[in-house]
Design a protein around this ligand. Structure first.
Ligand code: GLN
Length: 304
């Protein structure tokens, strides 16, 4: 299928509808991003690329990184990760603390901040040089050897990271964080600060469309069964308290981040990334959600 036409149509239709939504200004550095940026990139499993707009500009991947930290964690400790994190939708905002106390420090799922902090703790425990090794993992997945942390963004988030600090401390009080809270937070702020283009993000997520393998990787990153499970968690939890809405309107496993990126996969066919920085009140890209809804509606493709 030639996706160029449909991506161009969607881009044309939406590019001037950028009045809705707000930048993730709670992280001061992200308030500086040009709100009009809008790019889409689709990568098919056989390596064909279809793209439009600002698909080749870097943006902050933020919570999209949580899927990649989960996959690295699963490649290290496998299913044991679920002793410390659940797989249920939280029905709450990504940075909510309310469930954590009555669920005794076990986060609902790996894609809310609480869950991602436990993943960060696991990586800090198991890796010799966690920041270096995580970056290296993403360099291999994205095919960009020069991928970097954005130190300014990491520092900016740390300067206002009170909620993440309280989440980490709450989890630690129940014994579900092993390492020093500041070390775990530092890793987490850095993983969120990584920058990718839409093209790099589609590439990094291709293994989730191809049962763990991909044309640019020397070996599978995970077993088929683990990829299936991560996709299931993306479908049920990838968009926080808007996950049901995304499954209903788009019908693909996916993940969003407050940098305005959304990535989604259609198993055996493609990965697709949209970037538009303005967010709805749930923290998901307004145009990103809309573009993917139009895409699966126009093409008739979805996992259902
Ligand atoms: N770094 C962001 C935070 O912790 C990530 C949130 C997101 O992308 N939803 O608030």
């Amino acid at each position: 299928m030639d996706f160029s036409l449909v991506l161009n149509e969607i881009h044309d239709k939406l590019k001037n509808r950028n009045s809705e939504g707000k930048l993730a200004a709670y992280i001061p550095e992200l308030a500086k991003v040009d709100p009009c940026k809008f790019g889409i990139h689709l990568l098919s499993t056989d390596g064909k690329e279809y793209c439009v707009g600002d698909y080749n500009e870097k943006f902050s991947i933020q919570s999209v990184s949580k899927v990649l930290s989960l996959s690295l964690v699963m490649s290290i400790i496998g299913e044991k990760v679920w002793d410390r994190i659940g797989v249920e939708p939280s029905g709450n905002p990504f940075n909510s603390i309310v469930q954590l106390e009555y669920e005794k420090g076990k986060p609902r799922n790996p894609f809310i901040n609480a869950g991602a902090l436990v993943l960060a703790d696991i990586l800090v425990t198991h890796l010799k040089d966690p920041k270096k090794e995580f970056l290296n993992y993403l360099r291999i997945l994205s095919g960009n050897k020069n991928l970097q942390y954005n130190e300014k963004v990491a520092k900016s988030e740390k300067s206002v990271g009170y909620k993440n600090a309280s989440l980490a401390n709450m989890i630690k009080s129940y014994g579900n964080i092993e390492n020093d809270v500041d070390v775990v937070l530092d890793f987490y702020f850095h993983q969120c600060s990584i920058e990718m283009t839409c093209a790099e993000m589609s590439k990094a997520f291709l293994p989730f469309a191809t049962h763990g393998e991909a044309y640019h990787l020397p070996e599978p990153i995970l077993t088929k069964s683990r990829v299936k499970r991560i996709n299931a968690v993306m479908l049920s939890c990838g968009f926080y308290d808007e996950s049901g809405e995304f499954a209903y309107k788009v019908g693909l496993p996916g993940k969003s981040g407050v940098g305005g990126g959304i990535v989604a996969v259609q198993p055996d066919q493609f990965s697709i990334t949209v970037w538009s920085p303005k967010l709805n009140e749930k923290g998901n890209s307004v145009l990103g959600m809309k573009a993917l809804e139009l895409f699966t509606t126009k093409t008739g493709i979805s996992i259902f």
